[in-house]
Design a protein around this ligand. Structure first.
Ligand SMILES: O=C(O)c1ccccc1NCC(=O)[C@H](O)[C@H](O)COP(=O)(O)O
Length: 204
């Protein structure tokens, strides 16, 4: 089966459109103010204005207030929510949209237990654990920590044009998620790197 691609941390319309034209299945919009890739709802509306309807728009939050998520869903046309903090399943499932739950992987992470706990999630997004940084670390984690679970896996954390093929062979995820690995600067996507990344995924 084809490995899907989500390109996260999009801050510019031209990058969203280029990702879509290059075959990305989803783009991620970061609504977490401390992130260098954070955008406002107004920016999100501009970024997604002419986006292909066949590309999913993922709204990313880290331990948000319920009201922030509700206001985003009222204001921006979003398809999926990504919770990247310590949100409970009860919190995540209260919105009228499918959600992805990000899990920060480290030694001893019991994915089967987490998958059972977040049974309402559409997929688990596995990212690198780094103290004090909730995501977008640009670092890989030990992929051998990933066991078989009864849920689609989105592999994230430090993927780039040099390692994504190997990651797909080893983990066989439903999808890969990349942010820093296709950037020329924080929040600025390199179209050349996106093209190469997409080619590497297609040839994996
Ligand atoms: O991108 C951020 O700055 C960010 C901040 C807080 C939570 C999540 C964040 N990003 C999530 C992602 O971009 C990806 O889902 C994932 O973390 C992979 O990022 P990278 O290692 O840079 O490819």
């Amino acid at each position: 089966m084809r490995t899907r691609v989500k390109i996260c941390g999009i801050t510019r319309q031209q990058d969203a459109d280029f990702a879509a034209e290059s075959g990305a299945d989803a783009i991620g919009l970061v609504f977490y103010p401390p992130s260098p890739r954070a955008i406002s709802f107004a920016q999100a509306k501009v970024i997604t204005a002419d986006l292909s309807p066949f590309v999913s728009k993922v709204a990313l939050f880290v331990d948000p207030e319920k009201d922030l998520v509700s206001r985003c869903l009222d204001d921006v046309s979003v398809d999926i929510i990504q919770f990247h903090g310590n949100e409970t399943p009860e919190f995540c499932q209260q919105f009228d949209l499918p959600y992805l739950k990000a899990i920060r992987m480290s030694e001893g992470t019991d994915l089967s237990e987490i998958a059972a706990r977040y049974s309402s999630a559409s997929a688990l997004l596995l990212d690198t654990y780094q103290p004090g940084i909730p995501g977008g670390t640009g670092k890989t984690f030990d992929w051998s920590l990933i066991g078989r679970i009864n849920k689609p896996i989105i592999l994230a954390g430090g993927l780039d044009v040099t390692n994504v093929r190997e990651a797909i062979h080893q983990v066989q995820p439903y999808a890969v998620d990349v942010s820093g690995g296709v950037e020329s600067d924080k929040g600025i996507k390199s179209h050349e790197k996106i093209s190469t990344f997409m080619r590497e995924v297609a040839n994996a």
